[in-house]
Design a protein around this ligand. Structure first.
Ligand code: SF4
Ligand code: SF4
Length: 439
């Protein structure tokens, strides 16, 4: 018997944590206890005398072929079929902002496509048909800035509710609008408030200086005042919303102050930090290193939790870590989502909207898109990626954004350093704060 190759040691203040990267089990012990274990493990007689029974019980000390069996089981689970449960309706590629961080590159700047109701309707019909399963289902209105096309959004929402009434879309079907907030008027918020299971995702990068150094109008003017006004409107009408805060060099150093500003000054309860991704050439002017992002986000998260606020980015790693369930992908573009462009093309990933890479033009009736090159989205998980096999994050990171790996490394199966550094930072933070009550 041996210590599993998936067991990693973390030295904490006065204690040691052993972490099994595939079983996601943790075992904490005093440093003295660990020294005894280490001594027993190096004992040539392999008697392992005095080794705590928990090490066997948790699967940390195993027979020679157990590690191979565990990995084979994980690979089998990776191959289990997935069901689509989320649809992005990209109602326009046009936007009234010119954010410096935007990954929807200028490649198709002149196109500014807008979706027709016929295309939206067809997509909603197909979505209803293929999501008669038991998973929660969500339709997101996306852009560009989707509220440029508010009449279409509203008509589509009405149609979705009609479809739900006639059981052609299974209820509940959650709806969401991802918006920069600038076009939200009192009239629009009042109208949206009438729809059940509808929430708003509002992009806001922090206080005035953070927001205005990234999210600007085409004339260069800052957008903070208008977005803060949108927050007040949503709160006034008690509309469900989350603030999406993209983390970059413009705000990473002050994420905890930003979290305090959101909660204490603006009354926001629901925040999602968003990791910056590259443009299709891999670059992004606001890029920041992953370990710095992890430090900023974990610190802000601690404050948000202390205020009973929800944060979505950290939850993606915390849930698998706490529930001890392998996390194969960090994104639903892994067989579980479709993205419909204004001209009716269908693909898996919003990152490629501009170039239409992976988008197919004859799939609006079937959403049968995970084929050809798109099959990579189903397969490229850290569980099988060669460079991930010796990494403690293999069971909790999900590999980050598939698109970002591809544009940064040119290879779906190559880890992207920025995200890896982020994942390591978050794992170390979780290990230090194991007790679920603290995270
Ligand atoms: S792979 Fe990345 S860009 Fe594409 S949908 Fe997923 S998170 Fe977004
Ligand atoms: S993607 Fe990076 S962090 Fe995740 S398992 Fe691979 S090497 Fe580790």
């Amino acid at each position: 018997m041996n210590l599993s190759r998936f067991v990693y040691r973390y030295d904490l203040d006065g204690t040691v944590c052993l972490f099994h990267s595939l079983l996601l089990k943790k075992l904490y012990m005093s440093r003295e206890e660990w020294e005894r274990v280490e001594h027993s493990l190096s004992d040539k007689t392999r008697s392992f005398e005095g080794v705590p029974a928990d090490l066997y019980r948790l699967g940390f000390i195993v027979e020679a072929d157990e590690d191979r069996r565990l990995r084979a089981l994980a690979i089998e689970r990776l191959a289990e079929p997935k069901k689509i449960h989320t649809m992005f309706l990209v109602v326009t590629e046009d936007c009234n902002f010119r954010c410096r961080c935007c990954y929807e590159s200028n490649a198709r700047k002149d196109m500014h496509e807008h979706m027709s109701f016929e295309i939206a309707k067809k997509a909603i019909d197909t979505f209803g048909r293929i999501t008669q399963h038991d998973l929660p289902r969500t339709i997101l209105f996306y852009g560009g800035e989707p509220l440029i096309e508010y009449p279409l959004v509203k008509k589509s929402l009405d149609y979705i509710y009609e479809m739900e009434e006639h059981k052609k879309i299974k209820s509940p079907c959650f709806k969401s609008i991802t918006t920069n907030g600038s076009l939200l008027s009192e009239k629009i918020v009042k109208e949206l408030k009438n729809y059940e299971n509808l929430s708003i995702g509002l992009s806001l990068d922090g206080m005035e200086k953070h927001q205005n150094s990234n999210r600007v109008y085409p004339n260069g003017h800052g957008t903070y005042k208008d977005v803060a006004h949108a927050v007040r409107l949503l709160e006034k009408h008690d509309m469900e919303f989350a603030v999406i805060c993209t983390v970059g060099r413009h705000n990473v150093a002050e994420l905890d102050s930003i979290a305090k500003h959101f909660v204490l000054d603006m009354g926001i309860k629901n925040v999602a930090f968003n990791l910056l991704i590259g443009r299709e050439d891999g670059s992004n002017p606001l890029e920041v290193s992953g370990d710095i992002a992890a430090r900023g986000i974990t610190k802000a998260y601690e404050f948000l939790r202390s205020q009973d606020c929800y944060e979505g980015r950290m939850s993606r790693q915390i849930i698998p870590f706490v529930e001890e369930k392998l996390y194969f992908f960090d994104c639903d573009a892994s067989g579980q989502q479709v993205v419909v462009t204004p001209d009716g093309m269908v693909g898996p990933c919003v990152g490629f909207i501009s170039s239409r890479r992976g988008f197919l033009s004859d799939k609006l009736d079937t959403f049968d898109i995970y084929q050809g090159e798109n099959e990579l989205f189903l397969k490229a998980s850290p569980i099988v990626m060669e460079d991930c096999q010796e990494c403690p994050c293999i069971g909790i990171c999900g590999g980050g954004c598939h698109y970002n790996r591809l544009v940064k490394t040119g290879d779906s199966y190559k880890p992207e350093k920025g995200f890896c550094n982020y994942a390591h930072g978050v794992l170390e933070w979780m290990i230090k704060r194991l007790e679920p009550a603290k995270i």
